[in-house]
Design a protein around this ligand. Structure first.
Ligand SMILES: [Zn+2]
Length: 279
C-alpha cells in the first residue's frame, strides 16, 4: 500500500471503529475531499501502470469531453475528473474515489449511440459524487482484499506471470461491488445529470438491456460488470420508471446520437485488437 493510503486509513481507522460493524450505511465517511482525491490519484497511477490502457489521444479527448461535461453538473465539490479507457474487450466500467473514471474499450464498441456511452459515464460519476466509491474503498480496506481481486474485476481473468510481477503486494481492491441501493441511486442521479447535459436518459436503460442480453449470449464478456454493478430486469424497469417520472425526459431536443460518437466508435474498432482478444 502506498504512503498516502496508509496515512489516510490510519487516520480513519478510529472513526471506523466507532461506527462499528453493520453501521456503515448510517456512518458518514470521515475522509475529506482532499484526501479522497489523493487516494484516487494514487490508485489511478497504479492502475495506469498495471492495466493495458488504450492510449489513443483522440478517443481519450472524446471521453474526457463528455465525461467532464457531466461531472461539472454532477459533483458540486468542483474536483477535476479524469477519464481513461482500458484496452479490454470485457464490458466494464468503474470509478475510483476522487473522480478517476474508467471505461473498458468494450463499452465504447458495444454502445449503440452516444446516449448509451454518456449513460454509463453518468452512472459511474454518480458513484463518485454520491461517495459510494470512497465508502466501498473503506469497506475493501477493512476486508483486506488484494489487488488480484482488482485485476480479476477489470479483465475478467487472473493476471499473467508478467502482470503478476507488476502487482504490488498490499494494494487494496476498490472493487468489491456496489450494493443494489447504490446502483439505484447512481441510476437516479445519472438520469438527472444526463438530462441537464442534454442527453437522452433512455440510453442508460437501453445499454443495461444490451448488457442483460449479452449475459445470455456471451456471459464471460459481462461477468465483471454484473459482479460489481448488480443489474437485473427489475433495475432496468426501475430506471425506466425514473425516466418516465422525469418531466422532459422524452424531449425532442435531447441528444441520442452524434456523428462524433460514431466516428470515435469506428476509430476504436479499427485499432489493433486488445490483448484479451489476441490471445
Ligand atoms: Zn454501478
Amino acid at each position: 500500500m502506498s504512503q498516502t493510503l496508509r496515512r489516510v486509513f490510519r487516520r480513519t481507522a478510529a472513526v471506523a471503529a466507532l461506527c462499528g460493524a453493520g453501521a456503515a450505511a448510517g456512518c458518514a465517511p470521515q475522509v475529506s475531499t482532499q484526501q479522497e482525491v489523493a487516494l484516487g490519484a494514487d490508485y489511478s497511477a497504479q492502475i495506469n501502470r498495471q492495466m493495458p490502457m488504450l492510449n489513443d489521444q483522440a478517443t481519450l479527448n472524446y471521453i474526457n469531453q463528455i465525461g467532464s461535461q457531466l461531472a461539472a453538473i454532477a459533483d458540486p465539490r468542483g474536483i477535476r475528473y479524469h477519464f481513461y479507457v482500458v484496452n479490454s474487450d470485457v464490458v466494464n466500467a468503474f470509478a475510483l474515489p476522487g473522480g478517476y473514471v474508467y471505461v473498458n474499450r468494450g463499452i465504447i464498441e458495444r454502445a449503440d449511440n452516444v446516449s448509451e456511452l454518456a449513460g454509463v459515464l453518468a452512472h459511474e460519476i454518480g458513484h463518485v459524487a454520491e461517495r459510494h466509491s470512497i465508502e466501498q474503498l473503506q469497506r475493501a480496506q477493512n476486508a483486506n482484499l488484494g489487488l488480484n481481486v482488482l485485476y480479476g474485476v477489470l479483465l475478467g481473468r487472473a493476471p499473467s506471470g508478467v502482470e503478476q510481477a507488476g502487482i504490488q503486494v498490499g494494494g487494496s481492491a476498490v472493487f468489491a461491488g456496489y450494493t443494489r441501493d447504490a446502483e439505484r441511486e447512481a441510476d437516479r442521479v445519472g438520469v438527472a445529470y444526463l438530462m441537464r447535459a442534454g442527453y437522452n436518459p433512455n440510453g442508460l436503460a437501453t445499454f443495461f438491456e444490451e448488457l442483460l442480453s449479452l449475459q445470455q449470449r456471451q456471459p464471460s464478456r459481462v461477468e465483471q460488470w454484473f459482479a460489481t454493478h448488480p443489474t437485473t430486469q427489475e433495475r432496468v424497469a426501475n430506471a425506466r420508471a425514473i425516466i418516465a417520472a422525469t418531466p422532459g425526459a422524452q424531449g425532442a431536443n435531447l441528444t441520442t446520437d452524434t456523428r462524433a460518437f460514431q466516428n470515435i466508435r469506428a476509430r476504436v474498432t479499427s485499432l489493433p485488437a486488445p490483448p484479451d482478444r489476441r490471445r
